[in-house]
Design a protein around this ligand. Structure first.
Ligand code: NDP
Length: 509
């Protein structure tokens, strides 16, 4: 949002769908109609500091409850969200423009994560005895994962339930309190999540929301929480890390993406085309793990493009009930337009849509072919319902081109014989074979990227560990045989140490 020196939005910012601040309140509006959705108090630095202080105390209480009680509360929260999913979907539609059917799919995936995190936290993070090594056999070894206390969660607007939930549910299950800063574009959804949690955990403010613009998120980074879980653009991620560096606050970064799909010559082309259209155009293409580039091998290229164009051409664009809703952030329309125009100026062709597909706040499906690899549409995150489809000689060339961008979030492969080997070679944190985006809903698997897409993992065992510190404890159970940890040793003792070391480690195998 553009604001003046007083923090007020400029006139330019008051376009439908752009939130603005009035009388200290963040005003959320619909990108489709401009209608006001709600007003939320903007948290300044003192408010964020106070929220963190409250969270510290609440976090200690929540950690003390133990895994079993936290599991019970989180499962009750899961049930509350599932039973009121249509209400939450309505909020996501109202302020994000997301078609309600798509919001329901998102919420379904989010409750799966709450469920899994609640049920698996004790197994992954709870105390366990680990094996002692021979040289320290007189000590037992113990491991447990302890919460950070307070985790700050900063979320984006595009999946306002699922993306923060990948941090919220796992951080809460690990025993942390959370302070959540939702995107300024989706404060109502963030508030709904916190309010519904408070109905299940009314005793202490274990899950709080702070609203505002970037400055509110920046304050959260600087005020000494135990960890920051950031999901958003790579550019903002760098600012978040710089802020966190001041207090050496650890971060997990879920950044942007430019995910590719590779279509090999033995792929089921109908399945590939169907998946490609959904994976690229769902949520109007505003998906971090959305397919933005496709590399199809020469032998199947023409058939594949025809099938994609046929399917994408049938999608309807408009208000709720249509397949493709409005672009949530009005400013994103300019980026999408630039990518399409640049692709065509460089010799690309629109086989569906094109410059005329951009009719703010909507963009119709656009399929671009013959786009050079250095075009913005191939290298930068477009975040719109557009796809580039590029002809390649073979799967090796596809992998090389897919890997030639700075991002490395997810990806997809359609094929049979070489599919697993291609999936392994894709430079990304996750790859789906013969489907798209599947890994996001697979709560047993870690989610996260490489390169400009970030680091650290949410979801799965790794996602639980991300929100807890490993605590190692040793406990003596007998006197030491080898006099290593004492000054009270003789030369003979040292000779024994040398001898034992040679016996244990002196051979090359
Ligand atoms: P932004 O980076 O613009 O914002 C993300 C969050 O950071 C918002 O809550 C924002 O607040 C906040 N913020 C802005 N400035 C600062 C700051 N200086 N310090 C701390 N926080 C700040 O991303 P978008 O909301 O536009 O989300 C889209 C991006 O998110 C895309 O790049 C997409 O790929 C990525 N994404 C990644 C996912 C993943 O799992 N890897 C999942 C979903 C999206 P405010 O909104 O008030 O500016």
């Amino acid at each position: 949002m553009r604001v003046d020196e007083m923090g007020q939005p400029t006139e330019a910012a008051r376009v439908p769908g752009t939130p603005y601040v009035a009388d200290g309140k963040l005003v959320s509006t619909s990108p489709a109609t401009g209608a006001e959705v709600g007003r939320f108090p903007v948290a300044g630095v003192p408010d964020v500091a106070a929220a963190i202080a409250r969270a510290r105390e609440a976090g200690a209480w929540w950690a003390e409850l133990g895994f079993a009680e936290r599991r019970a509360r989180l499962l009750a929260w899961r049930a509350r969200i599932a039973n009121r999913a249509t209400e939450l979907a309505a909020a996501a539609y109202a302020e994000g423009g997301k078609p309600k059917a798509e919001a329901i799919v998102e919420i379904f995936s989010a409750v799966e994560h709450v469920n899994w995190a609640a049920r698996n936290a004790k197994r992954v993070l709870g105390h366990r005895k680990v094996r002692s090594r021979l040289v320290l056999v007189e000590h037992s070894a113990h491991l447990e994962y302890q919460p950070y206390g307070v985790v700050g969660v900063i979320g984006p607007w595009n999946y306002p339930v699922l993306t923060p939930m990948g941090s919220l549910a796992y951080a809460l299950a690990a025993g942390n309190a959370v302070v959540f800063k939702p995107s300024e574009y989706t404060p109502a959804v963030g508030q709904w999540l916190a309010d519904s949690f408070a109905e299940i955990v009314p005793e202490k403010p274990v899950f709080q929301v702070v609203h505002g613009l970037g400055e509110t998120g920046a304050a959260l980074c600087r005020l000494g929480v135990g960890k920051i879980a950031f999901t958003g653009s790579t550019a903002t991620a760098k600012k978040v890390m710089a802020g966190c560096a001041e207090t050496l606050t650890p971060v997990v970064i879920e950044g942007g993406g430019k995910d590719a799909m590779i279509v090999d010559d033995d792929a089921d082309l109908d399945a590939a085309a169907q998946a490609c259209v959904w994976g690229g155009l769902t949520n109007a293409g505003q998906t971090c793990i959305g397919i933005e580039r496709v590399y199809a091998v020469d032998a199947v290229y023409d058939d594949f493009v025809a099938k994609v164009v046929e399917r994408a051409g049938k999608l309807t664009v408009g208000v709720d009930g249509d397949d493709i809703g409005p672009i949530t952030m009005p400013s994103q329309v300019d980026i999408i337009r630039r990518h399409i125009d640049d692709a065509i100026a460089r010799g690309g062709r629109a086989v569906l849509g094109g410059p005329e597909a951009v009719r703010p706040p909507y963009v119709s499906p656009t399929i671009l072919v013959d786009v050079p690899e250095d075009a913005a549409a191939v290298r930068e995150e477009t975040f719109g319902p557009t796809l580039t489809v590029t002809r390649v000689g073979d799967a090796d060339e596809a992998v090389r081109l897919a890997n030639a961008v700075s991002y490395g979030l997810g990806g997809s492969v359609f094929g049979k014989r070489r599919a697993v080997s291609i999936a392994r070679r894709m430079r990304s944190g996750m790859t789906a074979i013969n489907s798209v985006l599947t890994f996001a809903g697979m709560s047993t698997l870690p989610f996260g990227g490489v390169g400009d897409s970030g680091f650290g993992r949410i979801h799965g065992d790794d996602g639980l560990r991300e929100f807890a510190r490993a605590k190692a404890i040793t406990r003596r159970r007998a006197p030491s045989v080898l006099p290593a940890q004492t000054f009270e040793r003789s030369e003979k003792d040292v000779d024994r140490l040398v001898k034992v070391m040679k016996i244990l480690f002196g051979r090359p195998r």
